[in-house]
Design a protein around this ligand. Structure first.
Ligand code: DOR
Ligand code: ZN
Length: 345
């Protein structure tokens, strides 16, 4: 039985850091285990321009505790008014590593997102030309489409046509949740990647809804039917370079989660690596963990792999942190509801 594993220092290819007091409270929990992260731009107001991304990056670095190292990889929030020249300049300077497409209304702070894909064709052409990846929240928002079907419908109606219309566009299917998305990503070429979260590898909708409704498991895209989860685990543990970790760690103050209308997001950053080691161990695939968390992401983004190392050890079930105090109030930490035997040491 393996009781210790050492992997290359990982990165998180999809992270919500927020801003201000919340950012200060959650940032150290990512910086402790991850060298870099793709920083989501869905602030209020969103991070739309290169100048806004530069200012946000400065705020992140200023909030980093003394002695910690962490590189925020900035993204721009795509709107129908995004200027291709600004995107080009922000990418050329090295500041911006991706642009994020939120279909308007799909999730938290997505109101400024894209309603008509034709309005952003110019930006997408520019991105294809310069090789800048598009990170996609892949859900349709039409009210007649059931929330559990929104990802699969998006692939057929939006993603596939968009990729065909824009040859060379590098696309990351963010936080995939379905067998359909895993299959589509697996069949894609080198210009397609997909991130998977911790919660979608560990839970399905029964975990969220049977025996009471658990708001801390509510995230978007929503947890799916139990038949999908094994397909996601299979993808993550397959060794395919298409799949890499994007935690989508999305902190909300506890009172906004435990509310009549609860906010979407699971705050997984403090326990992400421990939970992943548990998942990969259960799948008898610990040898594939390094690829998923440390190798495939940098390869897709054309960045160097980290040089450091992180060791995880296995023992008795670990006590998970419960919650983290921040200046914006306590934030509940993701608890998968079953034993986690691994910890970062
Ligand atoms: O659960 C989610 N939370 N999904 C998203 O797409 C956004 C995120 C957030 O910002 O809270
Ligand atoms: Zn997200």
């Amino acid at each position: 039985m393996t009781t210790e594993i050492t992997i290359t220092t990982p990165d998180d290819w999809h992270l919500h850091l927020r801003d201000g007091a919340m950012m200060e409270g959650v940032l150290p929990h990512t910086a402790r285990d991850f060298a870099r992260a793709i920083i989501m731009p869905n602030l209020v107001p969103p991070v739309v321009t290169g100048a806004q991304a530069a200012a946000y990056r400065d705020r992140i670095l200023a909030a980093l505790p003394e002695g910690m190292e962490f590189e925020p990889l900035m993204t721009l929030y795509l709107t129908e008014a995004t200027d291709p020249a600004d995107v080009r300049a922000a990418a050329a300077s090295g500041l911006v590593k991706a642009v994020k497409l939120y279909p308007a209304g799909a999730t938290t702070n997505s109101d400024s997102g894209v309603r008509d894909i034709d309005k952003v064709r110019g930006v997408l052409e520019t991105m294809a030309e310069i090789g800048l990846p598009l990170c996609v929240h892949g859900e349709v928002t039409r009210p007649e489409i059931d929330i559990f079907d929104r990802e699969a419908v998006f692939i057929d109606e939006v993603l596939d046509p968009l990729r065909r219309a824009t040859p060379g566009l590098r696309v990351v299917m963010e936080h995939i949740t379905t067998a359909e998305a895993a299959a589509y990503a697996a069949e894609g070429g080198d210009d397609l990647g997909a991130t998977i979260t911790v919660q979608h590898l560990m839970l399905d909708r029964n975990d969220m809804l049977v025996g009471g409704m658990r708001p801390h498991y509510y995230c978007l895209p929503i947890l799916k039917r139990g038949t999908h989860r094994p397909k996601l685990v299979e993808a993550a543990t397959s060794g395919s370079p298409r799949f890499f970790l994007g935690t989508d760690s999305a902190p909300h103050p506890q009172h906004k989660k435990e509310a009549e209308c609860c906010a979407a997001g699971c705050f997984t950053a403090p326990v992400a690596l421990a939970c992943l080691a548990q998942v990969f161990d259960e799948a008898d695939a610990l040898d594939k963990l390094d690829g998923f968390v440390s190798q495939h992401g940098p390869r897709f983004y054309g960045l160097p792999v980290n040089t450091g190392a992180v060791t995880l050890t296995k023992g008795d079930p670990v006590d998970l942190p419960g919650s983290v105090e921040t200046g914006a109030g306590p934030v509940a930490v993701f608890d998968p509801g079953r034993a986690v035997h691994w910890q970062v040491t």
